[in-house]
Design a protein around this ligand. Structure first.
Ligand code: NCD
Length: 311
């Protein structure tokens, strides 16, 4: 296993499957039904230079449920970043304080940079419009939980495919498991060309469309995303596409019975609350799965075996 998790390329398909198996075994500990202090004495640095609720909290929950502890950067405005400290210096210091770190940063490439600067493992919790591989682990876990497999599923990704880092990481991973991908977005927010080229070069089956309703009957998974307002260079450009896709319960009449709807959250208005009570909604379970996925990842990176696992 590589020292860091920066993009999904850091994991082989076998490593992904093994992490998902570990995550399964950790469900009782994540639910608090079992106390499993596998990471007692370990310290996680939560370095979030951008807003976060789920990613930061689930890293913290995962570490604490496994008996470890967490130090947080806290509010960026009260950190030394405002005095002009470089990311390099901050991370070099964290390298000495902690055993492992999660980093979220507005700059694409920041996680790789931090990984190169540190001897401890760096887990990319989102680097600008780049990647978000720990989110992908929990997305894959949720998909596998629903279908018992990852291979060969039809997955539609909807919304902001340009700036949304979750779909960048997820599409890479799903293509490696031979899923058929449908990218649904307005043209201004389409999946970056270099990602499409890369996926196609690796044999991925991709359909590009703007039509969400037309894609519903065929999909096994619909992955909704928020328009990434904070990444638009211009407010007017955001206004043109805000609210463009809104899924409501009525739209799901023609969906397959087993189809699941995922969303990394937070949602703005992409999914009407009336979808929450349908059999298709899985986004809150998905958010919970962030705890097990991150537990499994931290154990693996820290070289700690899980009871019942293969190491
Ligand atoms: C996502 C992110 O930060 O990229 N959130 C998350 O980690 N669950 C998605 C988003 O902010 O829209």
């Amino acid at each position: 296993m590589n020292k860091d998790l920066i993009t999904m390329d850091d994991l082989t398909n076998e490593e992904i499957s093994s992490l998902l198996d570990d995550a399964d075994r950790l469900l009782p500990a994540a639910r608090g039904e079992e106390y499993l202090p596998l990471l007692q004495g370990k310290l996680l640095a939560n370095m979030f230079f951008e807003p976060s609720t789920r990613t930061r909290m689930s890293f913290e929950t995962a570490m604490k449920r496994l008996g470890g502890d967490v130090v947080n950067l806290g509010d960026v405005k009260s950190s030394s970043a405002v005095k002009g400290e470089t990311l390099y210096d901050t991370m070099r210091m964290v390298d000495g304080y902690c055993d492992i770190a999660a980093l979220r940063h507005p700059r694409q490439g920041a996680a790789q940079y931090a990984g190169d600067a540190c001897s401890i493992s760096i887990m990319n919790g989102g680097d600008g419009a780049g990647h978000h591989p720990t989110q992908t682990l929990l997305d894959l876990f949720t998909i596998r939980q629903a279908f018992g497999r990852l291979d060969g599923l039809k997955v539609a990704m909807v919304g902001d495919l340009r700036y949304g880092r979750t779909v960048h990481s997820l599409s890479h991973a799903l293509a490696r498991f031979d899923c058929e991908l449908t990218f649904i977005s307005p043209s201004q927010l389409s999946m970056p060309e270099e990602i499409i080229e890369d996926l196609t070069a690796n044999g991925a089956k991709i359909t590009v469309t703007e039509d969400l309703l037309g894609a519903i009957p065929d999909a096994d998974v619909i992955y909704m995303t928020r328009i990434q307002k904070e990444r638009f260079p211009d407010e007017d450009e955001y206004t043109k596409v805000a609210g463009i896709y809104k899924l409501s319960a009525d739209d799901l009449a023609g969906a397959k019975g087993e189809m699941i709807i995922l969303h990394p959250l937070p949602r703005v208005d992409e999914i009407h609350p009336d979808v929450d009570v349908t059999r298709h909604a899985r986004y809150f379970e998905q958010a919970f799965n962030g705890v097990v996925a991150r537990m499994a990842l931290m154990c693996k990176l820290l070289g700690v075996g899980i009871p019942g696992g293969d190491d």
